[in-house]
Write a protein that binds this ligand. Structure first.
Ligand code: 5RP
Length: 216
C-alpha cells in the first residue's frame, strides 16, 4: 500500500472512532481524514452530541445522521482531527484546510484530543508553511510586522478571518508560537503544542500505530 493512501486515512479514522463511547460529546475536525471518521462514527450507532469545526464537516456529519449542535458547551469528552505535520515530540501543524482556529478551540475544550493521520504526516522537524488566521482590521499592518507571510487565495473564514501562511524558516516551534501569539492582529496559528494532544494514530500500510502523547 503506497504511503498516504485513502486506506491509511480510513484505518486511522476507524481506530479513533473506536475510542468514542455512547453518550459522549464529540468534537469533529476538518479535512480528508476526518471525512473517513464521520461514517466510522455514524456506523457505531451511538447516541452522541457533536460539535463541528467547519461548515463542511457539519454538513457531512448531518448527512450521515450524526447530531451536530452549536458550540455552546465548555467541555467535550473527545475531539478527533487530522494534521498536516506531526513532529517526533508531538507538535502538530494544522490548518491546510483553513479551519485551525476553530480546530484549536475545540481541541482545547476536549478532555482528550485524538489525531488521525496517514503515513505522510510524521516529519523529523516541523517546517513552513504555518497556517495563520488574521484579523481583517489592520491587515496590512499585521502582514508587515509578521514579515515572511503570504496571503492564501481562499475565502475568509466563517469567523471573518483572513487566511495566510507564515513561510519563514524556524527551528523551535515553541518560540515561533510565542512570537505569533504576541503579534497584534493574530487570530490564531496552526501550531498545536504536544500538551494539547492526547493520542496520535498514524496508519502505516495495514497497521495503525498509537502514540500516547499527553494524557489529560
Ligand atoms: C484543516 C486541518 C486538517 O485537519 C489538516 O489539514 C489535515 O487534513 P487532511 O486530513 O485532509 O490531510 O487542519 O484545517
Amino acid at each position: 500500500m503506497p504511503a498516504g493512501t485513502e486506506e491509511e486515512k480510513q484505518r486511522a479514522a476507524i481506530a479513533a472512532a473506536a475510542l468514542v463511547e455512547d453518550g459522549m460529546t464529540v468534537g469533529l475536525g476538518t479535512g480528508s481524514t476526518v471525512a473517513y471518521l464521520l461514517p466510522a462514527l455514524a456506523a457505531r450507532d451511538l447516541s452522541l452530541r457533536c460539535v463541528a469545526t467547519s461548515p463542511q464537516t457539519e454538513w457531512a456529519a448531518l448527512q450521515l445522521g450524526l447530531r451536530v449542535e452549536p458550540f455552546t458547551v465548555a467541555h467535550l469528552d473527545i475531539a478527533i482531527d487530522g494534521a498536516d505535520q506531526i513532529s517526533p515530540e508531538g507538535w502538530l501543524v494544522k490548518g491546510a484546510g483553513a479551519a485551525h482556529t476553530r480546530e484549536k478551540l475545540v481541541a482545547a475544550t476536549a478532555e482528550r484530543f485524538v489525531v488521525i493521520a496517514d503515513s505522510t504526516k510524521p516529519v523529523r522537524a516541523l517546517h513552513p508553511p504555518i497556517p495563520l488566521e488574521l484579523l481583517a482590521f489592520g491587515l496590512e499592518s499585521t502582514l508587515a510586522r509578521l514579515g515572511t507571510v503570504q496571503r492564501r487565495g481562499v475565502p475568509i473564514s466563517p469567523d471573518g478571518g483572513v487566511i495566510a501562511d507564515f513561510i519563514g524558516e524556524f527551528s523551535d516551534p515553541a518560540d515561533l508560537a510565542r512570537r505569533l501569539e504576541s503579534t497584534p492582529g493574530m487570530v490564531d496559528h496552526g501550531l498545536f503544542p504536544p500538551d494539547m494532544v492526547s493520542i496520535i494514530f498514524v496508519a502505516q500500510g495495514q497497521s495503525v500505530e498509537r502514540r500516547d502523547v499527553s494524557p489529560r
